[in-house]
Design a protein around this ligand. Structure first.
Ligand code: ATP
Ligand code: MG
Length: 450
């Protein structure tokens, strides 16, 4: 079995071998190559110690940031390559970090510390694939399986629990039964793991092809990380719009949208406020009035907990808050207004969220998909025809209105927004004289009302 190595990887391995050391491509890059995928990054493992590596690569630019753990970054052909000495991990502390790192000359010992069999293979052109833990067989059978005793491995580093689910989701693999049992059993160890590491894995997990299946089989793990979502579990919709319970509906909607982290995260949380908003009418039918706001509150809490960036948070909250704005496709004559308010990108994303939501409701409501597609088409056509009207493109600004006697403050903003809406609705022309006259009228009206 031959793997095509990038030239810089080939060069690094040849140089190390020429100096009398063993060197291999290892881990994810071997796994992905065997799957016929192009690896994102290539890691190299070697019998050379960091000091020996430094002398082999003395003619290259080297970065020593990971040197205590045996990793030297070498720049070859303008790209950085991480090369790590064969390692044994010592005892682990806090289910997270090895207390000590020991170097070894034994490749198998280095592969034994790796998390899953499919990640524990090494390759070099001179010796082919090294696969002491049956990774190739598991790859063929699409299985994620711990290297060694699962309980011990998850106790050493509990992040492996989420990594296991992430690989099962992204590769669309099943999880070996013993590994799966151990994941359920040890899930509480995740509480010892930093939110930054958890967030990274969770985002990749929800974007995987197998996300629905994994989050269904391992809902208990998800609820350990995000207990706020537990009330959705097996919580019936009790409403003819729906054929799935709230959690199942969530997972169907998640797999019905493209694997973009913002969109998938929005689907995961879009109905999280339903359990708290559930009421029954006299016919015994459940309603979830105002659940969008409650979902957005829960989502805001989760997004802060996971320390996700502000831009990501704002995008997700916008989609959740507006996910039931049916007028967007049912009253598409107002599309110009939405485009002005939200912009094309957000409008399209919102329609994608609505499509995923409808797809995971009872089939008799799928007729709405046609209106959603038509609205999407219309939004794109309108946006191509003319630039969106925004407050900036109004023929007056705040300063003009202040000069005409409207005081600075909250009312000024409200008057400007009202003017924009009327221009979009073509009730008044976008002409400064007309806008000033109308602004004064609106201001007088609001004064009377307050
Ligand atoms: P991807 O790059 O797609 O995330 P990967 O398998 O390359 O997948 P990395 O996080 O880049 O994952 O790690 C590289 C290799 O290091 C893995 O393939 C695995 O062999 C090992 N590894 C990474 N994290 C752990 C861990 N927490 N426990 C044990 N081994 C690990
Ligand atoms: Mg990698």
């Amino acid at each position: 079995m031959k793997i095509k190595l990038p030239t810089n990887v080939q060069k690094a391995i040849s140089l190390l071998e020429a100096a009398g050391f063993e060197a291999y491509a290892v881990g994810g890059c071997v796994r992905d190559s065997l799957l016929g995928k192009t690896p994102d990054d290539w890691d190299i493992t070697t019998s050379a110690t960091p000091e020996q590596m430094k002398s082999v690569f003395s003619g290259f630019h080297c970065i020593e940031t990971g040197i205590q753990h045996g990793t030297l970054t070498v720049v070859i052909d303008s790209s950085a390559l991480e090369i790590t000495t064969f390692r044994l991990d010592g005892e682990y502390e806090d289910n997270r970090h090895p207390k000590t790192v020991e170097f070894t000359c034994d490749l198998t010992a280095d592969l034994a510390r790796r998390d899953f069999t499919v990640n524990a293979m090494a390759y070099s052109p001179s010796s082919g694939i090294s696969d002491p833990f049956g990774g190739k067989e598991d790859l063929k059978n699409n299985v994620v399986c711990c290297v060694g005793d699962a309980d011990r491995r998850f106790n050493e580093d509990a992040l492996r629990i989420l990594r296991g689910l992430r690989f099962a989701s992204v590769l669309d693999f099943t999880i070996d039964p013993e590994t799966a049992d151990s994941i359920h059993k040890n899930k509480d160890l995740l509480k010892n793991i930093s939110v930054e590491r958890i967030s990274k894995e969770l985002l990749r997990l929800i974007c995987g092809a197998g996300a629905h299946r994994v989050l269904s089989d391992f809902s208990d793990v998800l609820f350990t990380v995000l207990p706020q979502l537990q009330p959705m579990y097996k919580n019936s919709h009790d409403n003819p719009h729906h054929c799935y319970d709230i959690y199942e509906h969530t997972l169907f909607s998640l797999e019905s949208i493209s694997p973009d982290p913002v969109l998938r995260f929005a689907m995961l949380l879009h109905d999280s406020g339903k359990p708290a908003s559930k009421t029954f009418d006299e016919k015994g039918r459940a309603h979830f009035y105002g659940h969008q706001k409650v979902s957005a509150e829960i989502a805001a809490d989760i997004l802060a907990q996971l320390k996700l960036p502000n831009k990501f948070r704002d995008e997700v909250l916008f989609l959740i808050d507006n996910h039931d704005r049916w007028e967007l496709y049912e009253k598409s004559e107002r599309m110009k207004k939405y485009l002005a308010r939200f912009g094309l990108e957000r409008t399209i994303k919102l329609l994608q969220v609505m499509r995923a939501d409808v797809l995971s409701q009872s089939p008799e409501y799928h007729f709405r998909l046609e209106s959603i597609a038509a609205a999407e088409q219309l939004a794109k056509e309108l946006a191509a025809l003319e630039p969106c009207l925004t407050l900036k493109s109004l023929a007056v600004n705040g300063r003009t209105l202040i000069n005409h006697g409207i005081p600075e403050g909250k009312d000024l903003g409200a008057v400007l927004s009202a003017l924009l809406e009327e221009v979009i609705d073509e009730k008044i022309p976008n002409d400064s004289n007309a806008l000033i006259v109308r602004a004064k009228e609106i201001f007088e009206q609001t004064k009377k009302q307050s």
